[in-house]
Design a protein around this ligand. Structure first.
Ligand code: ACO
Length: 324
C-alpha cells in the first residue's frame, strides 16, 4: 500500500462586488468587445475596501473544511499560494491558521504567481506522502486588484480577486490509475522570462509593492507551449491518453489558451471547466475556484479523473493529475 493524498473537500470564496467589462470601460479606454474577443472575460469580482487576501483565504478554507466534514483542529499543514499577501511578512497562511483556531502543525505561503495552487498542492502532497502531515489545507488566494495599474488597459482588464481551497487527507492507494487522490504533480520554472510578467516594485528592490507589468504576447506564446508540454508530461507519467481524462481544470487566464490546451489533449471543449468568463484571472485562486464550481454544479463527480495545469510569472508552470 502507498500513501496517497485524498482530496476530500473543496471550497471557494468570491468578493461580493462583480465588475463587468462595461463598468471597466467607464474607467479606461477599452470595450466589452475587445476584452471578450481577446480573453473571453466578461466580468470579475473585486475585493471590497479593507477586504484582504487572508479574508478571502479564510472563507474558502472554512468552506472546504465544511465540505470535507473535517474539524479545523485536525489540520496539521496549511500551504497557501499567493502573490498578494496581507503583509510582506509574516505569511498570510499563519493568519488563516489563527483564524481557524489551529495552534499546532505548520503554515506557510508559496509564491509562484498563477502556478501558486499547483505548487502548493505539490508541496502538500509530498508532505503527506512522506508522512510529515496527515491533513492539509491547500489554498490559492489573491487580491490582484491591489497590484494592478488601473490606468494600464493592457493588464487591468484581465484580473480578478478570489480564493479557493482543498482539503487533503492521507489515505491509501495501490499505485494504480484507479487510486483516489493526487496521482502525480510536475513543477517547472525558467527564470529567463523574469521580466515578461512581473511587478515594477518589491520590498528589496524599491521598498514599494509595485504594479503588474506584462508582455502579453510573450506570455501567450510561452503559455500555449509550456502548458501543452506539462499536460503531455502528466499523461506520459501515468501512461494515459488525453481522451481518458474526465475533466481539464485549468488555470483561468484566457479562454483562447484553455481551448488550445484542450484541443492538444484531444478533449472536446466542453470537458474544460471554464470560469474565466465570470472570474477573470484570479491567479493562484483560479483552479480551486473552477474545481469548486464544477463540483457544486454536479459536473465533477467522485471518481472522475482531472488534469489541472497552470502557468504564471517567473515563468513557473506545472500540472497535477487527480482522481477526485
Ligand atoms: N482594450 C482595448 N484595446 C487594448 C486593450 C484593452 N484593454 N489592451 C490593449 N489594447 C490594444 C493595444 O494597445 C493594441 O493596439 P495597437 O494595435 O493600436 O497598438 C491592440 O489592442 C492589440 O494589442 P496586443 O497586445 O497585440 O493584443 P493581443 O492580441 O496580444 O492580446 C492579451 C492581448 C489579451 C493580453 C494577450 O496577449 C494575452 O492573453 N496574453 C496572455 C496574457 C495572460 O494570460 N496573462 C495572465 C497572466 S499569465 C497566465 O496566467 C498564463
Amino acid at each position: 500500500m502507498l500513501v496517497r493524498s485524498h482530496m476530500v473537500g473543496v471550497g471557494a470564496y468570491l468578493p461580493a462586488q462583480a465588475v463587468s467589462n462595461h463598468d471597466l470601460a467607464q474607467r479606461v479606454d477599452t470595450s466589452d468587445e475587445w476584452i471578450v474577443q481577446r480573453s473571453g472575460i466578461r466580468s470579475r469580482h473585486i475585493a471590497a475596501e479593507g477586504e484582504t487576501t487572508s479574508d478571502l483565504a479564510f472563507a474558502a478554507a472554512k468552506a472546504a473544511l465544511e465540505n470535507a466534514g473535517i474539524p479545523a483542529e485536525r489540520v496539521d499543514l496549511i500551504v497557501l499560494g499567493t502573490t498578494t499577501p496581507d503583509h510582506t511578512f509574516p505569511a498570510t497562511a499563519v493568519k488563516v491558521q489563527a483564524r481557524l483556531g489551529i495552534t499546532s502543525g505548520c503554515a506557510f505561503d508559496i509564491q509562484a504567481v498563477c502556478s501558486g495552487f499547483i505548487y502548493a498542492l505539490s508541496v502538500a502532497d509530498n508532505f503527506i506522502r512522506l508522512g510529515q502531515a496527515k491533513t492539509a489545507l491547500v489554498i490559492g488566494a489573491d487580491t490582484f486588484s491591489r497590484i494592478l495599474d488601473w490606468q494600464d488597459r493592457t493588464t487591468c482588464v484581465l484580473f480578478g480577486d478570489g480564493a479557493g481551497a482543498v482539503v487533503l487527507e492521507a489515505g491509501e492507494g495501490q499505485g494504480e490509475l484507479s487510486d483516489r487522490g493526487v496521482l502525480s504533480t510536475h513543477l517547472h520554472s525558467d527564470g529567463r522570462q523574469y521580466d515578461s510578467l512581473a511587478t515594477d516594485g518589491g520590498p528589496s528592490a524599491t521598498r514599494t509593492v509595485g504594479s503588474v507589468r506584462m508582455n502579453g504576447q510573450e506570455v501567450f506564446r510561452h503559455a500555449v507551449s509550456r502548458l501543452s508540454e506539462v499536460a503531455a508530461e502528466a499523461l506520459a507519467a501515468n501512461g494515459i491518453d488525453g481522451r481518458q481524462l474526465d475533466w481539464l481544470v485549468p488555470h483561468q487566464a484566457n479562454l483562447r489558451i484553455i481551448e488550445a490546451t484542450a484541443k492538444k489533449l484531444k478533449l472536446p471543449p466542453e470537458k474544460a471547466v471554464v470560469t474565466v468568463d465570470h472570474h477573470g484571472n484570479t491567479s493562484a485562486a483560479s483552479i480551486p475556484l473552477a474545481l469548486a464550481e464544477a463540483v457544486a454544479d454536479g459536473r465533477i463527480k467522485r471518481g472522475d479523473l482531472l488534469l489541472m495545469e497552470a502557468m504564471g510569472g517567473g515563468f513557473t508552470w506545472g500540472s497535477a493529475l487527480v482522481r477526485w
